[in-house]
Design a protein around this ligand. Structure first.
Ligand code: MN9
Ligand code: PYR
Length: 310
């Protein structure tokens, strides 16, 4: 495998821009890349995941999006990770081969969630069949039990994983079980694996137990502020890091109470960045105007420690 820069810091879980009639709005991605790099200081992306409505897209659409992110991100982004998970193995494998062919920096796979693996061995067997289709590409398991319902603890999954999946690189860990995360980090003795945390509102707690970085939807529009939190943590200035986490948490707590999901993320990103993200795809429906007005007012009201506005 080609030596690579270790992935750390923030990874934006990309939104899939759509036109008002529900088609993928590919031309917007060029501007989106520049916005992440220049305005949010975020140079890694995770494409076709939860935020990207990856499971609501056709295989053809997922390939087109992956190609566009690779193409527009060339020389601008450090890492482009493509989520290739699906409910059936042949599609996962096809997407993994495609990601490899276009030079993706990594692939990630969620647990299948209709017929679910019931134990670690079944899950690893599935992941192995996908990973082996892209034998040169770093592989991440995408752990998101709130959405997949697959609660197999990652700490268990790690035992012997390198023997079965030689490309295994780490985990996108989107769960609140910090005991499991801490045990994973403890097992990462040689430091070869990366644990990227995916519950943005409590990233600071995950950093405290040793997470290497984060993948999330909010880094699309709160990347700059969250980067300042990472800097404060590294310094270390824990009081300042706490302030950032409290403030991003205050915004998220507010919108979660209003009802917050991918549709609302699209709306927030649209008003913060000015880039039209468009509507979500059914079964998701557009954020209400009331949500947009309230969320915008809340974000505008936040006074960040560095004195700048969001
Ligand atoms: C369920 C979900 O979409 N999780 C995202 C990534 O894993 C997060 O980035 C959340 O959107 C974020 O933490 C806000 O709750
Ligand atoms: C949040 C995240 O990582 C995803 O959208 O897949």
């Amino acid at each position: 495998m080609i030596p690579r820069k270790k992935l750390k810091g923030l990874v934006a879980a990309t939104i899939t821009p759509m036109t008002p009639d529900g088609k993928i709005n590919l031309p917007v991605i060029r501007q989106y890349v520049d916005y992440l790099v220049n305005e949010q200081n975020v140079k890694n992306v995770f494409v076709n995941g939860t935020t990207g409505e990856g499971l609501s897209l056709s295989i053809q659409e997922r390939k087109q999006l992956a190609e566009e992110w690779m193409c527009q991100g060339k020389d601008k982004l450090d890492h482009v990770i493509i989520h290739v998970g699906a409910l059936n193995l042949p599609e996962c494998q096809e997407l993994a081969r495609h990601a490899a062919a276009i030079g993706a920096g990594g692939i990630a796979v969620i647990a299948p969630f209709f017929f679910k693996p019931t134990n670690k061995d079944e899950l690893v067997a599935f992941l192995q069949k996908v990973a082996s289709e892209a034998p040169e590409v770093p592989f991440y398991y995408y752990h998101i039990p709130p959405l997949t319902g697959v609660k197999i603890r990652v700490e268990e999954l790690l035992d012997g994983i390198k023997a079965q999946i030689p490309t295994f690189q780490g985990v996108k860990f989107s769960d609140t079980d910090l005991l499991d995360l801490a045990q994973c980090i403890n097992k990462n003795e040689t430091g070869d694996f990366e644990f990227l945390y995916g519950v943005d509102e409590q990233l600071l707690a995950a950093l405290a137990v040793g997470a290497n970085g984060a993948v999330g939807s909010t880094y699309n529009y709160l990347g700059r502020q969250t980067n300042l939190m990472l800097q404060a943590f590294a310094k270390p200035d824990f009081a300042l890091a706490q302030q950032y986490q409290l403030l991003t948490g205050e915004f998220l707590n507010f919108v979660i109470k209003l009802g917050f999901g991918v549709a609302q993320t699209k709306a927030v990103m649209t008003f913060v960045s000015g880039i039209p993200m468009g509507p979500p795809r059914l079964p998701l429906v557009d954020a209400s105007n009331e949500f947009i007005v309230k969320a915008k007012a809340k974000l505008d009201s936040i006074v960040w420690p560095n004195g700048d506005c969001s």
